[in-house]
Ligand binder design. Structure first.
Ligand SMILES: *Cc1c(COP(=O)(O)O)cnc(C)c1O
Length: 376
């Protein structure tokens, strides 16, 4: 049996969790392991500021608050994404304007963004699908010309780069996920990357229940108080301790995943050559993190049969994202701009194969064999 996903387990995590509880005597938020995780990311990704959060969903909510989204504002994003990308902005009363994706990367089609802009547009939210960067140069150029904010949904993009820059550090704000299914995991968790210094102080306040507790802890003020709206977006130290051991091992985890990705590619390239399926595409200038390995088959019907076939052979697979504009809530929260040339069609053909840190190396040839049987 090969599961679709297994969360990363690094032995050191348990020692760090023990240290947090027994030695530090601190398991609530913002202790030393939270600081270590933030500092690690700030240094590694050359980010101005990284705040650990309870999820990427919450990082996106913080981003929407920091963008000052007001009811009636419009936010442009792909329809092919997780609900949280849209929900975070819909919660602030924004209208979501969905634009079509590029069929090659499944990312927001940067050539369609400009046409989606209206006088009400406030932000663009590119989603780096599969940890492969969106065309950020083009997106930033549009954002500058129209004075819009860019929030990167880099939930899947930790350790990926676009023209050498880490995903999440390119726009005004970036959001990472450390959910169980992501490359680095603390169970539930995420981070907000703040690339504009003037947003840092308010971000700390929003994350700390609307108080200036962060300044208090740094000794900058002598009591802390309620200064703004906010909520509790601090993860527990236990989660941060669990994550920190993985960040220390980030290169080894990344390399293991990339080797597995390449092995899938080599195993399945002949099937692509025969026109039986399509493999993922990584544009020049993008270094990805092997977040997922997906294939595309002919259509929804073939995919449904293939999922069943692989399930019988004990291979776990996954697909995702009913395009948001066609979901019950999505239709009410926004509109699709232009025509849905690729979003629905491509999402129905895509199937994710098992991919996780330490995936057994005989998986790739086994999957190839099964796919050959299936297509026969
Ligand atoms: C996983 C994911 C999220 C949500 O992450 P959580 O940490 O589970 O809140 C948001 N956007 C995308 C694109 C994701 O893949």
């Amino acid at each position: 049996m090969i599961p679709f996903n297994r969360p990363p387990v690094i032995e050191k995590s348990f020692e760090y969790m023990r240290q947090a509880a027994q030695e530090q005597g601190k398991i609530c938020g913002d202790g030393i392991f939270t600081q270590k995780c933030s500092a690690w990311m700030e240094e590694r990704f050359q980010a101005q500021k990284v705040l650990l959060t309870t999820s990427c969903t919450h990082a996106l909510e913080l981003a929407a608050l920091l963008c000052g989204i007001q009811p009636g504002d419009e936010v442009i994003m792909p329809s092919y994404t997780f609900v949280s990308t849209a929900n975070a902005f819909a919660l602030r009363g924004a209208k979501i304007v969905f634009a079509d994706i590029r069929p090659d990367t499944m990312n927001l089609d940067e050539t369609l963004v400009e046409a989606a802009i209206t006088p009400k547009t406030k932000a663009i939210v590119p989603v780096h699908y599969a940890g492969v960067g969106c065309e950020m140069d083009a997106i930033l150029d549009i954002a500058r010309r129209y004075n819009l904010l860019v929030v990167e949904d880099a939930a899947q993009g930790v350790m990926s780069t676009y023209h050498g820059k880490p995903l999440g550090t390119i726009g005004d704000l970036g959001c990472y996920s450390f959910h169980e299914t992501k490359n680095y995991s603390m169970g539930e968790g995420g981070a907000l990357v703040i690339n504009r210094p003037e947003l840092i102080e308010r971000a700390e306040i929003l994350r700390e229940k609307g108080t200036n507790r962060s300044r208090f802890l740094r000794g900058q003020i002598d009591k802390y108080t309620w200064v703004d709206v906010g909520s509790s977006y601090l993860p527990s130290e236990l989660n941060a301790a669990y994550l920190y051991a993985q960040l220390e091992a980030a290169d080894a985890i990344n390399e293991d995943r990339l080797r597995s990705w390449s092995a899938y590619w080599d195993a399945l390239a002949p099937l692509q050559g025969e026109g039986l399926l399509e493999l993922p595409y990584v544009p020049e200038g993008c270094r990805h993190n092997a977040h997922m390995f997906y294939i595309k088959v002919k259509d929804l019907e073939q995919r449904t049969k293939l999922i069943q076939f692989l399930k019988e052979q004990e291979i776990g697979t996954a697909f995702h994202y009913v395009p948001l504009h066609s979901s019950p809530a999505g239709a009410g929260q926004g509109r699709f701009c232009g025509s849905d040339r690729y979003t629905s069609q491509e999402s129905e053909r895509l199937l994710r194969l098992p991919m996780f840190y330490g995936i057994p190396k005989d998986t790739f040839s086994a999957v190839r064999k099964l796919l050959e049987d299936f297509f026969d």
